[in-house]
Design a protein around this ligand. Structure first.
Ligand SMILES: Cc1ncc(COP(=O)(O)O)c(C=O)c1O
Length: 371
């Protein structure tokens, strides 16, 4: 599509041209309904069919085992910080939270409104620039569940293996920024949730994959807050985010056509290796995260000074490379490599980074650094 820039934003992500074109056409006319997608009713057969096929597609791509419910809810990822403990953290019980970033910390803080939260591992003292080692995690005997964030979007760390947790509890995962970017063992979890605007389309949906035996809430809840309500109503208890679910259905089709999760994983590996290789060889940029904890989805790095980081973003924007800001509490620079970001865009970014370093290195005072 003419006039488009390449976005490396942490979300909403850019979307593939094919998805945008199909969405645009559906605004005028969705299938043979005589209505546009923005006008489609959620009780219509056409929506029902689209909803069912979206859920089936997601199940197939993620190899969701039997015995799990898939819900598509309002509220994005963040609403799950509260919905999960409201449903599943008993008032007299406790849950273990692994604190690896700002979203992970926010999830733990919200859960504390419902029951005891044990922060069983934290890398806060290291500004979250690494993940806790298994031996640093002290699980609590009897904890109902252990919550972790598989990919810390803001820092650029990603769990390679499931975190250690106490045998009797189940694992809960915020997979907002890496769901569908790699193979993922849903069956090892009691509940996995994610927001939609990174690898699953646009903002507006919270994807919840939950073991069926966990649907009944541990406390009396207003109907809307209960997973059981939404499961019974096939996520149509109230009017769902129809248009965002449609974008998700298009993204899932695009993901399947592109070879599914394994192909996406290869893509993320190739894109991130290109950037980490450049950063590791550079005497201008420095990667923020230790090699063993680096994310394949969000690559964070520093330039030698804050002024140069601002100049980097301005110069990049002139080349149509945008969204490279660091998270507001972390600063520096970040390239988010969600599935829809093509390798060619990352190659263009790498060329730009090389050139920017060559042009600006000579102007630096000796020993200057922004870290
Ligand atoms: C890891 C993680 N969790 C949760 C969220 C919150 O998602 P939302 O803004 O859709 O509520 C984000 C958003 O960027 C995220 O990266």
């Amino acid at each position: 599509m003419a006039g488009r820039v390449q976005s490396f934003a942490p979300g909403p992500s850019m979307l593939p041209d094919e998805v945008l074109s199909e969405y645009q056409a559906s605004v005028g006319q969705f299938r043979d309904t005589g209505l546009g997608i923005l006008e489609l009713g959620h009780r219509s057969g056409q929506f029902e069919e689209m909803y069912e096929s979206t859920v089936a597609h997601l199940r197939a791509l993620l190899a969701v085992p039997d015995g799990y419910e898939v819900l598509l809810l309002h509220g994005g990822g963040r609403f799950q910080f509260t919905m999960l403990p409201a449903n599943l953290l008993p008032e007299d019980g406790s849950a273990d939270y692994i604190e690896t970033g700002h979203f992970a910390a926010a999830a733990a803080a919200d859960a504390a409104a419902y029951g005891r939260v044990n922060v069983v591992a934290s890398t806060r003292r290291d500004r979250f620039l690494r993940l806790p080692r298994a031996e640093e995690t002290r699980s609590t005997a009897g904890a109902t569940y252990t919550h972790y964030t598989s990919n810390n979007t803001e820092i650029g760390t990603q769990f390679r293996k499931l975190p250690r947790h106490h045998g009797i509890g189940w694992l809960a995962c915020d997979a907002s920024s890496d769901l569908l970017t790699r193979r993922f063992d849903v069956g090892a979890h009691g509940c996995v949730y994610a927001t939609s605007h990174k690898n699953l389309g646009t903002a507006g949906v919270g994807i919840v994959i939950i073991r069926s035996d966990l649907l009944a809430p541990v406390r009396k809840l207003p109907a809307y807050l209960s997973y059981a309500t939404h499961a019974q109503a096939s996520s149509r208890f109230n009017t769902p985010p129809i248009s965002a679910i449609y974008v998700m259905s298009l993204m899932l089709q695009w993901t399947a056509d592109g070879g599914g999760v394994e192909a996406m994983e290869k893509g993320c590996t190739a894109k991130s290796e290109l950037l980490y290789g450049l950063l590791d060889d550079s005497d201008f940029y420095s990667p923020l995260v230790a090699v063993e904890d680096r994310s394949k989805v969000n690559v964070t790095f520093a330039a030698p000074t804050p002024d140069l980081e601002a100049a980097f973003q301005e110069a990049a924007a002139q080349r149509d490379l945008v969204g490279l800001w660091g998270y507001r509490k972390v600063g520096h620079l970040r390239a988010s490599l969600f599935n829809a970001v093509p390798l060619t865009a990352v190659e263009k970014l790498a060329d730009f980074m090389d050139e920017f370093a060559r042009t600006n290195r000579p102007r630096l005072p000796a020993e200057s650094t922004s870290r």
